[in-house]
Design a protein around this ligand. Structure first.
Ligand SMILES: [Zn+2]
Length: 319
């Protein structure tokens, strides 16, 4: 063998070695890449059972710790759908899922609303003390109660010009805004009169017991609040009427249409709307209006939600 041939052979071996090393490095690199990919949420969520589309949505909308939580639960195609709902609250996710499973005919929006306001539970079960520090946004419903002696400090007597009956009372800001509403309606040739406003605990107790004797418990709960659970005790609520109307007919009067369009401009909302009984716990009451301030009333009006839903999301909900 000549020297030249030997040299060529050595070069060949060297090149071969380099190629082998390069292939090994490339292999290691790919192996490392695969391991890294398997740690990603993209891989883990899909492996867990989520579609590519749902995976992308979840990664975009949840924090890493929330994704880790999600991976501990069984995959459920409804989870991304609930997260997309406007009033979705993270703390309620498990309850949305189980309520929806039992009520598959309900819309997702309804499920969220029902669970948020606790209407998936029995009315009056485990009530909490109403948070009176919320001022105009004080919520009193079948799960939030006022104490026997709660009475707002700024109750004012409503002048006879605006009301029937002997001296109903309202909190000052609600009263001032009712006067503005009254005057605006008058300018349009209409008369909105207060038939009832503040009622204390004792009054509500007598009223409730009166119904109880003639209607029985279930019917009474549909039409009257138990004492402590009446919004009238807040001093922020009015029952209204107009000439010739009663509670059965008020919504056939022009005054009702006017209130539908304008009450929010003065901070009032229709508190127990038609077809929302399953959220408010009350039959439709065309005459019962609640003062919450112009900003919140406008929001509620524009988004077609109840005050219960507003409160559950914006005040009690986690942000
Ligand atoms: Zn009322």
């Amino acid at each position: 063998m000549t020297k030249v041939r030997l040299k060529k052979r050595n070069v060949g071996i060297a090149v071969g070695c380099v190629i082998v090393v390069l292939v090994l490095i490339a292999g290691l690199f790919r192996w490392k890449q695969t391991l890294d990919y398997q740690k990603t949420f993209e891989y883990r969520l899909q492996k867990h059972g989520y579609s590519e589309e749902d995976t992308a949505y979840l990664i975009e909308h949840l924090e890493n710790n929330e994704l880790e939580e999600l991976l501990k639960k069984e995959a459920n195609e409804n989870i991304p759908k609930f997260i997309q709902e406007d009033y979705y609250l993270k703390k309620n996710l498990d309850r949305y899922l189980s309520y929806y499973e039992q009520n598959p005919d309900k819309s997702l929006r309804d499920v969220v609303a029902i669970v948020n306001v606790r209407a998936d539970e029995d009315w009056y079960s485990n009530p909490v003390e109403a948070d009176v520090s919320q001022d105009n946004l004080l919520l009193v419903n079948k799960f939030h109660k006022l104490s026997k002696d709660y009475e707002a400090e700024d109750l004012e007597k409503v002048k006879n010009w605006y009301a029937y009956g002997d001296d109903p009372m309202l909190r000052k800001e609600a009263y001032d805004n009712f006067i503005a509403l009254f005057n605006a309606a008058k300018e349009d040739g209409l008369t909105v009169i207060i038939a009832s406003a503040y009622r204390d605990y004792q009054y509500q107790e007598d009223l409730y017991n009166g119904y109880l004797e003639s209607l029985g418990q279930k019917e009474t709960d549909d039409v009257a609040a138990r004492p402590g659970f009446s919004e009238h005790q807040t001093g922020l609520t009015v029952d209204v009427t107009t000439y010739g109307a009663n509670t059965d007919t008020f919504d056939t009067f022009e005054e009702f249409d006017w209130l539908q369009n304008h009450a929010h401009e003065y901070g009032f909302i229709l508190r127990y709307p038609k077809d929302k009984e399953y959220i408010t716990g009350y039959h439709y009451e065309s005459w019962h209006y609640r003062y919450v301030g112009v900003e919140v009333a406008t929001y509620i009006y524009e988004h077609d939600i109840t005050f219960d839903e507003y409160y559950a999301y914006f005040i009690e909900g986690e942000k």
